[in-house]
Design a protein around this ligand. Structure first.
Ligand code: AHM
Ligand code: MG
Length: 336
């Protein structure tokens, strides 16, 4: 694998195409389309702070067009880019109730990949200038090529993912992804509009000192999570740990992968399955985590082994450095 640091994402995709398990160039084109959509959305996200000057969502702009909310806009940009390039046969998005059939111009779609996206995760952070992200997940369809895609193409266990990744619109914009051969991170040079390989072969430290959970919900948490939080706060060995919670999954995940840590969004007495979506958020992050030597679980079993039953299914999420996730699972199992 090519891991020279001045490699551009474009070069990296071409160089590594041959190593894809079922290489036909289609997956490379798809990653390229995501790269393009990411740049378009990045441009919009960067303008978000100007909203008071150029108009807020719901206002009418100078051309007489309605201003759109950024998450709606990001959704449209990603879907448009993927549709226009005719490189997928179906798309599902956290922003859409149902999956989208993509027909190529000759009406006989020969493409084999489907994409699931969370176009702008953590969008409540935009108003306060905090990082947000895009998450994507790619599968090979299971229905026959040339026929309409079905719900079963989208309800595959995360283990079947071909590729997954995220874009973090942070102090700099990064695209981090895996095609099942490790995780690589690319940073956007905004002056040139080019992503450069900046974080080759990313790995979670085996353990870390950061725990990320919305402790405001403490009273509603299951006993196992309460006990694990207390464990993180005890003074023993390398503890107490440090608490860091941005409230933007992509950013919390990204920091924990680099520094070592655990992210938890458990179920609670007010949200029986937690908040995060299995298909759009947890599966892609779990695939990245495993590819980076980390772990992701619902407290009892690997996220990637869960058989989804609906598109917008929610699931409790424990994700991070392997030893930390194992410890949290121990607490969950003790309190079952
Ligand atoms: P969203 O898909 O509505 O943006 O929600 C997902 C986000 C995650 O990025 C973040 O980790 C979590 O919700 C924060 O939720 P909470 O504010 O309940 O802690
Ligand atoms: Mg989301």
């Amino acid at each position: 694998m090519m891991t020279k640091k001045n490699t551009t994402l474009g070069e990296f995709i071409i160089e590594n195409q041959a190593s894809f398990q079922y290489s036909s160039g289609e997956l490379s084109k798809l990653i390229n389309a995501i790269r393009l959509a990411a740049k378009v959305v990045n441009h919009e996200v960067n303008k978000a702070g100007l909203v008071d000057i150029i108009g807020a969502a719901g206002d009418t702009n100078i051309q007489g067009e309605d201003q759109q909310k950024l998450d709606v806009l990001a959704n449209e940009k990603f879907i448009q880019t993927l549709k226009n390039r005719e490189i997928v046969c179906g798309i599902a998005s956290e922003e859409e109730d149902d999956f989208i059939q993509v027909n190529s111009s000759d009406q006989k779609n020969q493409n084999k990949y489907i994409v699931l996206i969370d176009p702008l995760d953590g969008s409540s952070n935009i108003d306060v200038n905090v990082s947000v992200g895009t998450i994507f997940s790619i599968y090979r369809r299971i229905s026959p090529i040339g026929t309409p895609v079905t719900i079963d193409d989208f309800l595959q266990p995360g283990r079947n993912q071909i590729a997954a990744g995220y874009v973090v619109y942070g102090t700099s914009t990064m695209l981090v992804y895996t095609t099942g051969d490790g995780v690589n991170g690319f940073t956007l040079n905004p002056a040139l509009g080019t992503f450069y390989l900046s974080h080759p072969n990313m790995k979670y430290p085996q353990t870390g000192k950061i725990y990320s959970v919305n402790e405001g919900n403490y009273v509603h948490f299951p006993q196992g999570v309460k006990d694990y939080i207390k464990y993180c706060q005890e003074e023993e060995d390398d503890r107490p740990y440090t608490s860091r919670y941005i409230g933007s999954l992509v950013s919390d995940f990204h920091r924990n992968m680099i520094k070592g840590g655990i992210y938890i969004y458990p179920k609670s007495s007010v949200a029986s399955e937690g908040k995060l979506r299995l298909l759009y958020e947890c599966n892609p992050m779990a695939y990245l985590a495993e590819q980076a030597n980390g772990k992701a679980s619902d407290g009892f079993r690997p996220i990637l082994d869960i058989q989804p039953t609906e598109l917008h299914q929610r699931v409790p999420f424990f994700c991070g450095s392997s030893k930390m996730v194992e410890k949290a699972e121990e607490f969950m199992q003790r309190n079952q």
